[in-house]
Design a protein around this ligand. Structure first.
Ligand SMILES: Cc1ncc(C[n+]2csc(CCOP(=O)(O)OP(=O)(O)O)c2C)c(N)n1
Length: 321
């Protein structure tokens, strides 16, 4: 249990520190990409991705820094892409909003709300046909549920009994609009429970709890071939897009932030490890290793040449007419 908790903490810290470094370097204006930050949702993404394991496949949204890092740990590729460098596997064509690394099972992300959910269901269908045992996790915000394609994908996945976990990263807002102002129903999990799938929900920021819930979901899915739906609440710390707080925008209160921040996922896990008897020295060692990895990735990205203009035509669908 201690080893699992240490590993979960290492991943939380890797995600958190990578994003903190983005906040430091972004004002230098060398990363020419909009930033949708993951601060606050680390436990949701790390917990699910760790349970899913290396063989699982992940699809996500434009807010996928946490998911990319949790699934791949490939900070070299991550920072090279944010800096649009030649060393990035996407050669700068993706940026922060279209991260993708199929070799690590991070299958792709989209800036068009909910558009990837049907693609994730399609990948689950392919896995089912190929009988390869792979499970797909589709991460999306609560705003994506307002799109028809979400319901079509849920319906098809339930009907076809596809090996897919739909993970709603529920921060309660689509940009500045609260869920209550967008929905003609009160409880999404209750509506989803009328579908033929397993439903799970949590508002925990404890990564171990999310990990065990996701493991239970995967176990149920393997036993009884049915998709899963997880509604996992979190609080988005920063503005919808950008690297700043936005309390002055008036759509949410600082009190709410303070309440969630008191149970910050990274701090909760660090405190737990100390209670489990892990020494402060060991934690500092884990943190120093992660910090060194990130610093190295950023330095490599900064020194690498920019991606060449000719790359625009590589790796994309072309119309010859
Ligand atoms: C189909 C579509 N409609 C509208 C937008 C503009 N838009 C970008 S993000 C966003 C809010 C999405 O909120 P949510 O799904 O809850 O994700 P979050 O940003 O909270 O992670 C909207 C409406 C878009 N990108 N795509």
């Amino acid at each position: 249990m201690r080893e699992l908790n240490k590993e979960l903490y290492r991943k939380l810290y890797l995600v958190r520190r990578s994003e903190e470094k983005i906040c430091i370097h972004y004002p230098e204006d060398d990363m020419k990409t909009p930033m949708h930050m993951s601060f606050g949702e680390e436990a949701v993404v790390v917990g699910v991705c760790h349970a899913l394991g290396d063989a699982g496949q992940v699809f996500g949204t434009y807010r996928s820094h946490a998911a990319f890092i949790a699934k791949t740990e490939d900070t070299d590729d991550f920072f090279a892409e944010l800096y649009a460098k030649d060393t990035s596997s996407l050669k700068g064509k993706g940026g922060s909003m279209h991260l993708c690394s199929p070799r690590y099972g991070f299958m792709g992300t989209s800036a068009i709300v909910a558009s990837h959910i049907s693609v994730a269901a399609g990948a689950a269908f392919a896995n089912k046909v190929q009988k390869n045992g792979k499970i797909v996790a589709a991460f999306f915000g609560d705003g994506a549920v307002d799109e028809g394609v979400f319901w079509e994908s849920m319906n098809a996945a339930c009907l076809m009994k596809l090996p897919v976990i739909f993970v709603c990263e529920d921060n309660g807002f689509a940009v500045h609009t609260p869920a209550a102002a967008r929905r003609g129903y009160t409880s999404l999990p209750r509506v989803i429970s009328t579908f033929d799938c397993h439903v799970f929900e949590s508002d925990s920021t404890d990564v171990e709890e999310i990990h065990s819930l996701a493991s239970e979901a995967l176990g149920r899915m393997r036993k009884e071939e049915k998709p899963c739906f997880m509604n996992l609440k979190y609080y988005r710390y920063l503005e919808h897009v950008g690297v700043n707080y936005d309390f002055e925008a008036g759509y949410r209160s600082r009190d709410e932030f303070e309440r969630w921040h008191e149970k910050d996922p990274v701090r909760v896990q660090r405190t737990k490890l100390l209670q489990l008897g892990v020494s402060e020295e060991e934690l500092l060692r884990i943190e120093a290793e992660v910090d060194a990895k990130i610093s190295r990735s950023i330095a490599l990205a900064q020194q690498a040449p920019l991606s060449h203009c000719s790359e625009v035509y590589n790796g994309v669908f072309k119309c010859d007419r």
